[in-house]
Write a protein that binds this ligand. Structure first.
Ligand SMILES: NC(=O)c1ccc[n+]([C@@H]2O[C@H](COP(=O)([O-])OP(=O)(O)OC[C@H]3O[C@@H](n4cnc5c(N)ncnc54)[C@H](OP(=O)(O)O)[C@@H]3O)[C@@H](O)[C@H]2O)c1
Length: 320
């Protein structure tokens, strides 16, 4: 799909996932149009330090709810990677779910889709989440979850799980619209994304891991599904470059309980202030990324993801 030096657009360029994706695109000689909300802000300084950024990276000021700004950013691109979305750290801190989460995710995605159709983009890669897969109470307990499972929007609403609701509505709407247009859409549903940070700000999933190093008294011994941000960036490019890619793909590498994750970290970094107690949580869900692996995706060992994460937080002074 990608000719030499094809242009692609990445929305939410300053974020955790998008930064790695842009870096990988640049290393593969793509021209990148990255959207950011406040060009000139120090939070985007890392982007211009990427190799080949001076020649091949252009920042566009765009907000997801401002159609014209998005339209300018996607012009001339063969691929659009829609990564931007609000990622709240907890539902409790959201005062107005419609304004803070749902609208930027759902209306914002419609804007990026519409702009992509108008600009005659060839493939639209949407970053969804397992949040759009796993909130499905009617899924049989003994069955591994795959891409046929959709989170139940009514269930998300009644449990006030606004992030899951936003990702489900945005992804569902994206795939629906694709059916009636010439735009080729592929969506990737990552689990909890960890790995080294390139950006100077702290994103929600990295914060989750940082908290485990910073003196929580007690945590739930939950089953976690994790994927490395570098492997996710590879998956997104695979979804763009492989002509046979279609529909949605779960992107998750490892299933690990919180206590085992903490034990793994302790073996390498014994001096952090780890949780003292773990309370057991009831969870039986299993997920499969087989479809993505059949497309050629592979992933690194969980140790590399976790150790490299902590090293990067330390280097960035985020643990002081
Ligand atoms: N991290 C995970 O564990 C995880 C797991 C599954 C799926 N995902 C998905 O991956 C994507 C990236 O997540 P991330 O972890 O990289 O989060 P992040 O670092 O918080 O990045 C989110 C980006 O979205 C942008 N954004 C939010 N609202 C916007 C708006 N109204 N207009 C323009 N940009 C807006 C933010 O821009 P500013 O920089 O201007 O704030 C930021 O760059 C999201 O779609 C998320 O749902 C993440």
């Amino acid at each position: 799909m990608a000719g030499e030096k094809a242009s692609v657009c990445v929305t939410g360029g300053g974020g955790f996932v998008a930064s790695w994706l842009i870096n990988l695109h640049l290393s593969k000689n793509y021209f990148v149009h990255a959207t950011v909300r406040r060009p000139g802000d120090a939070k985007y300084a890392h982007l211009s330090a990427f190799e080949k950024a001076s020649e091949n990276l252009r920042l566009f000021k765009a907000d997801l709810l401002d159609y014209d700004s998005i339209r300018s950013a996607v012009e001339g691109c063969v691929g659009v990677f829609h990564v931007a979305s609000p990622v709240p750290s907890s539902s409790d801190t959201i005062l107005n779910p419609q304004v803070e989460v749902i609208e930027p995710a759902v209306k914002g995605t419609q804007n990026v889709l519409k702009a992509s159709v108008e600009a005659k983009v060839q493939r639209f890669v949407f970053v969804s989440s397992i949040a759009a897969v796993i909130m499905n109470p009617s899924w049989p307990k003994d069955q591994v979850m795959d891409e046929t499972s959709w989170s139940d929007t009514e269930y998300c609403r009644t449990t006030k799980n606004w992030y899951c609701l936003s990702k489900t509505e945005a992804e569902c709407g994206t795939l629906e619209l694709a059916k009636g247009s010439k735009l080729d859409v592929v969506s990737i549903c990552p689990s909890l994304v960890l790995g080294p940070v390139l950006q100077s700000t702290v994103n929600t999933s990295s914060l989750f891991l940082m908290r485990l190093l910073k003196g929580l008294e007690s945590v739930e011994n939950r089953l976690l599904w994790i994927v490395d941000v570098r492997d996710l960036a590879e998956a997104l490019i695979l979804a763009f470059e492989k002509p046979e890619a279609e529909g949605r793909y779960i992107c998750s590498a490892h299933m690990i309980k919180t206590e085992s994750l903490v034990d793994m970290l302790k073996s390498k970094y014994p001096h952090y202030n780890y949780p003292k107690n773990f309370t057991e949580a009831q969870q039986e869900l299993r997920l499969s990324s087989e479809k993505l692996q059949r497309l050629g995706w592979s992933y690194q060992p969980s140790k590399d993801t976790l150790f490299d994460s902590v090293q990067s937080y330390h280097q960035a002074g985020l643990l002081d």
